[in-house]
Design a protein around this ligand. Structure first.
Ligand code: PLP
Length: 363
């Protein structure tokens, strides 16, 4: 019999997101609603199919370097934050190396570390500490074998922001062990003008990843990147050679065009998030059966059910009330569910009404 190699490899969360998260009232997405091509100021003659080879498209490297305030030689472009994470982790971690990952976290990061053959260790971000990263918790779990610490900022699933001071402390802990810190900053973009500098600027032990996907509704152009010290960035470009000869050049062109329009796209996104967040928090205030940490920024919140299983609740919500949220079991916290509020305000409003009705039915 012919068997499938690596049959067990993949992300349960991603498979669910692609096949089972759709609903009439979709509160499961963590990004802004998709920008349509006609909303981008783009002409056909701005595009081209193919470019000469080489590492990186110069106008895109320059636009990202200017936006991030780092040297071009530290930037590696990638197909979304997803491939950026893969490349960054694979360039730093050898099979058997210890990787210390926050818990809860974005499940594909965990699946990726396991796929790379890492020895995965965890440190907790707890509800009763407002899901903050506590450097003492990192210190308790780091060992001399730790090669990489993995964080998301803002945190997926809770939306909590890590302060620069905490990042600095984690960087110090890593440095002492000769480890690096990978910070997935895809949600940091949703701080818009308030966005702090990428953690890479705190020291060469940091490697950061991001994209235009979440905060700007630009998932389709797959504009992702890694920021790393130049020697590591070169190694990542070489590793990327295994994944393809050349990126889709129309997407590179569209990325440059989008980066030039980001202030306007971001202003619309921020206005929507600010309004929608108030609606969601008003809803949470009205429910005694839910408790939640309420970040001031971001696109998501992660309430906890006082009673009952969130898996059963999410199933009822989707099947009877045509509304989807993400079950907390994908983030190893089965009493929680994640609500995203970057979508259309009317859809959100009706989704919240239905969420309330499903909660009432559960009681
Ligand atoms: C923390 C985190 N990183 C990466 C991704 C994927 O980003 P992209 O669409 O840019 O590949 C997601 C998507 O939900 C995410 O939550």
């Amino acid at each position: 019999m012919i068997t499938v190699a690596r049959e067990h490899v993949g992300s349960d969360y991603m498979a669910w997101a692609k096949t089972s998260s759709h609903a009439r009232f979709n509160l499961s997405t963590s990004g802004l609603a998709n920008v349509r091509l006609e909303e981008l100021n783009v002409e056909l003659h701005d595009l081209e199919l193919t470019r000469d080879g080489g590492y990186g498209y110069e106008p895109l490297q320059n636009a990202l370097a200017a936006r991030l305030g780092v040297g071009r030689e530290s930037i590696v472009t990638a197909i979304g934050t997803s491939l950026a994470n893969h490349l960054a982790m694979a360039a730093v971690v050898n099979p058997g190396d210890e990787v210390l990952i926050e818990q809860p976290t974005y499940e594909p990061l965990l699946a990726l570390a396991r796929y790379l053959g890492a020895n995965v260790k965890r440190f907790s971000r707890r509800f009763d500490s407002d899901f903050r990263v506590l450097p003492e918790e990192v210190e308790r779990n780091i060992t001399s074998r730790t090669r990489l610490i993995v964080l998301t900022n803002m945190h997926n699933p809770t939306g909590v922001l890590i302060t620069q001071e905490t990042l600095r402390e984690v960087g110090e802990l890593a440095k002492r062990k000769g480890a690096r810190v990978l910070v997935d900053e895809v949600y940091l973009e949703a701080l818009f003008a308030e966005r702090p500098a990428t953690a890479f600027t705190l020291g060469p032990e940091f490697v950061t990843t991001s994209s235009l996907t979440k905060a700007f509704g630009l998932s389709g152009i797959r504009c992702g990147w890694i920021v790393a010290e130049p020697e590591l960035a070169r190694a990542i470009w070489r590793l990327n050679d295994l994944f393809g000869v050349m990126p889709a050049h129309p997407a590179e062109r569209l990325s440059v065009i989008a980066l030039n329009q980001l202030d306007a796209i971001g202003a619309r996104a921020e206005a929507r998030l600010t309004k929608n967040r108030i609606r969601v928090y008003d809803f949470l205030d009205s429910r005694e059966d839910l408790e939640a940490v309420r970040p001031d920024f971001g696109t998501i919140v992660f309430p906890r059910l006082q009673q009952g299983s969130a898996d059963i609740f999410c199933k009822l919500l989707r099947e009877k009330y045509e509304t989807s949220v993400v079950p907390g079991s994908f983030f190893e916290l089965p009493n929680h569910f994640r609500v995203g509020f970057g979508n259309d305000p009317d859809m959100l409003q009706e989704g919240l009404v239905r969420l309330g009705a499903a909660l009432d039915e559960m009681c």
